[in-house]
Design a protein around this ligand. Structure first.
Ligand code: AMP
Length: 398
């Protein structure tokens, strides 16, 4: 049984076709520049050569059709026809407070995605366009929505409420939602399996450290806190996002620089984080580390501040859960960068964390990086959001 996983952006569409018998990726690819000049499809079938198609894609419906054509093409395809696709799983960023689980898509689900356009303005409209494009091209095919906010829905009120007048929550749903939920859920389950923890008695912290970054705390598989908020701007220092900030900074810079709120939020989302702190070197850790190794002060500060913020969140979540059994690192930095992991863990010796320096040199696979004596198990666990979406979709279609 094959599941097609779709992650739709405003001008892009990423996909994977996964055979659920063995969870193997049959093909994956990306449509870029949808609706703009220079549209391009890059299709990578397993065991065959990459196929690139440069053809106009005026909208997502055309893009979906080209993806299906590529998947069922006699030369670079992997299936005979779209009948071999059992269902489609969509990544949907914001489900608001309506969904704490994945759902099969019907008109009501589409209405909820639409109602949350305000909360996910960059993603929800594109996600809905992808869903409607699939409905048009594959009428009747079961489709599932897997929400990035679903995992955070189990947070208790004390964790998700902001200390602002209650009416803003009541009227507009202003609260903390959390994002990267599909990854946090996948990795926390993987942590239970890999570290052989008791699923009914375990406290886990997952550090999703990629270009976007967030930490989650879960007890017995249920999220009790996570670092992103109403939007993905809160929490850790990220590639280009500031994370936590005194809101007064916004007014202060607006006044000093004569900037509008929109301009400031653009800076906080796209020009801050590691990129901003390093004085504009890069949002990519590898570039900033290179500069750090060459003695660049701003690069050093950016990395020190990044590590410090992650360590503070781990401390806060350990307190929130009154303990922690396992800490898992995932995503681009978390999976690949043993130096950053090591620096974060230096703050955790008070928890009895002992890191195996040799194991911590590994990357890109499930690795236990703590020693057997360590009081907390520390792991590298690669995330796989596409597989998580496919599994959720499979569970829904039974
Ligand atoms: P992601 O958003 O999960 O794809 O992560 C992307 C980020 O991971 C990049 O911006 C890099 O900063 C970081 N990254 C990827 N590979 C490495 C690596 N080998 N060493 C250090 N950082 C890496």
């Amino acid at each position: 049984m094959n599941i097609l996983v779709i992650n739709c952006g405003s001008s892009s569409l990423k996909y994977q076709l996964i055979d659920m018998e063995n969870e193997a990726v049959l093909a994956k690819g990306l449509c870029e520049r949808i609706g703009i000049d220079g549209s391009r499809l890059e299709h990578k079938p397993a065991g065959k050569d990459k196929f690139v198609l440069e053809e106009p894609m005026p909208d997502h419906k055309v893009a979906v059709q080209l993806v299906l054509d590529a998947l069922s093409d006699p030369e670079h395809g992997v299936i005979a026809s779209t009948d071999e696709i059992s269902a489609v799983g969509h990544r949907v960023v914001h489900g608001g407070q309506a969904y704490s689980d994945s759902v099969l898509i019907d008109e009501k689900v589409k209405d909820v995605i639409r109602e949350n356009f305000d909360l996910g303005p960059l993603h929800n409209p594109a996600n809905l366009i992808g869903i409607e494009a699939c409905e048009q091209v594959m009428p009747g095919k079961p489709q599932a929505a897997v929400f990035d906010t679903a995992f955070g829905q189990s947070m208790p009120e004390k964790a998700y409420m902001y200390a602002i007048p209650y009416e803003y929550y009541a009227k507009y749903g202003v609260r903390r939602y959390g994002f990267h939920g599909t990854s946090h859920s996948f990795v926390s389950r993987e942590a239970i399996r890999f570290a052989n923890l008791d699923p009914n008695n375990c406290k886990i912290i997952v550090c999703h450290l990629g270009n976007g970054a967030s930490v989650s705390a879960s007890i017995n598989g249920k999220c009790v806190d996570t670092s992103m908020g109403l939007t993905p701007l809160e929490g850790l220092i990220m590639g280009t996002r500031s994370g936590d900030l005194d809101p007064a900074v916004i007014q202060y810079i607006c006044n000093k620089e004569g900037k509008t709120l929109d301009e400031i939020f653009n800076i906080l989302n796209k020009k801050s984080g590691i990129l901003g702190l390093s004085g504009g070197i890069s949002s990519d850790f590898r570039d900033v580390q290179k500069a750090q190794n060459e003695g660049n002060h701003e690069a050093q500060v950016a990395i020190d501040a990044y590590v410090y913020r992650v360590a503070k969140y781990i401390g806060a979540y350990t307190a929130a859960m009154n303990g922690v059994d396992a800490i898992a690192f995932t995503a681009g930095v978390g999976e690949n960068d043993g130096v950053i992991r090591g620096e974060i863990c230096k703050y955790l010796t008070y928890l009895g964390v002992v890191i195996d320096a040799e194991a911590n040199k590994g990357r890109g696979e499930n690795i236990m990086i703590s020693t057997p004596e360590s009081k907390v198990k520390v792991m590298v666990l690669p995330t796989n959001e596409e597989l998580a979406i496919a599994r959720e979709t499979l569970a829904l279609i039974g």
